[in-house]
Design a protein around this ligand. Structure first.
Ligand code: AMP
Length: 116
C-alpha cells in the first residue's frame, strides 16, 4: 500500500530503529514507547489487521520474531505482553497489522497497556 507508513518502514523507504528482520517480518522500536521495551512486530506484506486473511506462515514468522526479540531484551526471563489493537474501538491508529511487544517493567494486569 503506497501511503501506508508501516509498508514504507518495511521496505526501507522510512528509516527506523530495526531490531529484527527476516523474509516475512520486521520488528522495530515504537516511536512513542509506553514501556522501557516497546517493539512492533510487522509483516512485510500489507494486512489491515489480524483478521485480514493473514497466512499461517506469516503468523508463524511473527511468533518467531516475538521469540527472538523478547530473548534479545531478556524478557523471556521477566515476562512481557503482546497486544494487537484491531479497529476503531481498540484505537488502532496504523491500519497495517502489527503486534506490540511491551515489557521491561511490571505491567498493570488491569490496564489495557498498549493503548494510552
Ligand atoms: P496502534 O495504535 O495499535 O495502531 O499502534 C500504532 C503504533 O505505531 C503506535 O504505538 C505508534 O507510536 C507507532 N508508530 C507510529 N508511527 C511510527 C513510526 N514511524 N515508527 C515507529 N512507531 C510508529
Amino acid at each position: 500500500m503506497s501511503d501506508c507508513i508501516f509498508c514504507k518502514i518495511a521496505n526501507g523507504e522510512i528509516p527506523t530503529d530495526m531490531v529484527y528482520e527476516d523474509d516475512l517480518v520486521v520488528a522495530f522500536k515504537d516511536v512513542n514507547p509506553l514501556t522501557p521495551v516497546h517493539v512492533l512486530v510487522v509483516p512485510k506484506k500489507h494486512y489491515a489487521n489480524i483478521v485480514d486473511n493473514v497466512p499461517a506462515e506469516v503468523l508463524a514468522a511473527m511468533a518467531h520474531a516475538i521469540d527472538v526479540v523478547t530473548k534479545q531484551y531478556g524478557l523471556d526471563k521477566t515476562g512481557f505482553r503482546c497486544i494487537t489493537n484491531t479497529g476503531d474501538d481498540a484505537g488502532q491508529s496504523v491500519h497495517h497489522f502489527h503486534i506490540h511487544i511491551l515489557g521491561g517493567r511490571k505491567l498493570d494486569p488491569e490496564a489495557g497497556e498498549g493503548k494510552k
